[in-house]
Design a protein around this ligand. Structure first.
Ligand code: NAD
Length: 458
């Protein structure tokens, strides 16, 4: 019944745009709406506002085929849709909890848009990461929005948490590990299964061979559990990284190499090798705010989230350790030039939200050092956020004349750095702080660099 559904996506950011582009690619008619008119105008000209591999290709295919449109007309897309996705931002509020202002505004507007013109039931699928209970809150606001217009409307709110990773968002959406839906309404769940059928059955053309998935698990549960799964998954990933960082710090004390330790641990199938890379720690638009929101939820219930508090504390400590490693070998940082290699919070994205680079650049400035940053895509945006950061567009230009270089983000351009060339350009003590354990310590030392990794080669 949903083979070719009309889909509206509210919020054309990383999640909304990728979701819209992928759903249009697998055969649906999608209208993406955003309150940022400039963003919509640029998208109509085919200009993609975020850096994400393969996204431009899918967007231009969708637009050419007439299956993907961009609009700032909220009421129109909501009235014509079978499913409305909410994909707006839920940033960290001042008290650490998730700020639901954007989600709330969209919910009320959906209610007002539906009033008086819509008789058939609508499914509202929430992709934004929201605290447990938000599905019911959204339902209440939609109802209230409609009642303001003197109407009762028919709709179902389902939770559809998003697990895509920036940097591989299109791949993750077309080949997800699972699609998760939370609702107590069987009909709504069946309609969502039908919408996702091409992805569940992997029934769409792809150049990737062999196909990464033959079938995608479609997991259904109640609303509260679905909302909790998203937070629990992100908190677990953050904890896994903080765990290996704790071990890395111990490795430094006892003289072990954390990369060897992680390899040996990761081969255990109960543990697995991923998210076991020691270094500067986690950042970005999701893990920090989601861990913070889950801690805030715990406090709402007067529960002490001891493990989550420690996960966050270890991560804050890791960022400060970069400065400590610089101070250990450069002593005073006043008047020192420090290259920051890679600025986005991880490779293959331009996202700088809660990127460790920004905090480290600010700390260096406060200590009297001159930070020079390089990033293949996020340089200009970083310079706007931290005006004291001098941004250049070549890694060797950043390194030239620097007393120290810090690997912050392991872009390919940073991983493939030539240690000999770097050493020939740097000033003594030619310190290389490898915040991602991305370079080979022996090669760096042979080239004349003073190498300091995290949990190895210190
Ligand atoms: P984003 O900031 O990139 O995009 C949000 C978009 O929503 C913006 O373009 C904004 O203008 C628009 N918007 C805000 N209020 C609006 C309104 N009232 N009407 C219309 N448009 C509105 O955010 P994102 O990274 O795409 O994240 C969206 C949600 O998905 C968040 O809850 C986030 O936690 C979750 N999420 C993000 C990721 C990720 O990797 N980025 C992964 C999983 C889940």
């Amino acid at each position: 019944m949903m083979r070719e559904a009309n889909v509206a996506v509210i919020g054309a950011g990383y999640v909304g745009l990728v979701t819209g582009a992928c759903l249009s690619y697998v055969g649906h008619r999608v209208a993406c709406m955003d309150k940022d008119e400039g963003r919509i105008a640029r998208l109509r000209e085919g200009r993609i506002p975020v850096y994400e591999p393969d996204l431009d290709d899918l967007v231009s295919r969708g637009m050419r085929g007439g299956r993907l449109t961009f609009t700032d007309s909220f009421d129109e897309v909501v009235r014509e849709a079978d499913v409305v996705f909410i994909a707006v931002d839920t940033p960290q509020g001042e008290d650490g909890s998730a700020d639901l202002a954007s989600v709330g505004a969209v919910a009320r507007s959906i209610g007002r848009a539906l009033a008086g013109v819509r008789r058939s039931p609508l499914i509202v699928a929430n992709k934004s990461t929201v605290p447990v209970g938000s599905g019911d809150y959204v339902s209440m606001l939609i109802r209230e929005g409609a009642e303001e217009a003197g109407e009762r409307v028919h709709f179902s709110v389902v939770s559809n948490p998003e697990f895509l990773r920036e940097g591989s968002a299109v791949y993750d959406t077309l080949f997800p590990d699972r699609i998760l839906l939370g609702s107590e309404e069987r009909e709504a769940l069946e309609a969502m299964r039908s919408l996702y059928q091409p992805i569940i059955e992997q029934d769409f053309p792809t150049r990737i061979s062999p196909r990464p998935k033959l079938q995608v698990p479609f997991v259904t549960t109640d609303l509260a559990s679905a909302e909790m799964i998203k937070y629990a998954a992100n908190a677990f990933l953050a904890t896994k990284i903080s765990f290996i960082n704790e071990i890395a710090n111990l490795c430094e004390l006892v003289g072990a190499d954390v990369t060897e330790v992680a390899r040996g641990m990761g081969l255990d199938e109960r543990i697995g090798p991923r998210f076991l890379s020691a270094g500067i720690g986690w950042g970005g638009s999701c893990l920090p705010k989601d861990v913070s929101a889950l801690r805030a939820i715990a406090r709402e219930y007067d529960h002490e989230p001891t493990l989550l508090d420690a996960t966050a504390a270890v991560n804050e400590h890791q960022r400060r350790r970069v400065i400590a490693k610089l101070q250990r070998d450069l002593h005073t940082l006043k008047g020192k030039r420090v290259a920051l290699l890679g600025l986005s919070f991880k490779p293959d994205t331009d996202d700088l939200r809660d990127a460790p680079s920004l905090e480290i650049a600010r700390a260096l400035h406060a200590l009297g050092a001159r930070a020079v940053g390089y990033d293949p895509v996020a340089g200009k945006a970083a310079a706007r956020l931290v005006p004291e950061l001098l941004v250049v567009f070549d890694p060797y230009e950043a390194i030239e004349g620097a007393h120290a270089a810090v690997v912050i983000t392991e872009w390919d351009e940073v991983r493939s750095l030539k240690p000999k060339r770097a050493a020939s350009l740097m000033r003594e003590p030619k310190l290389l702080v490898d915040g991602r354990n991305a370079l080979d310590p022996a090669t760096c030392r042979e080239a004349g660099l003073l190498y300091a990794g995290f949990g190895r080669g210190c």
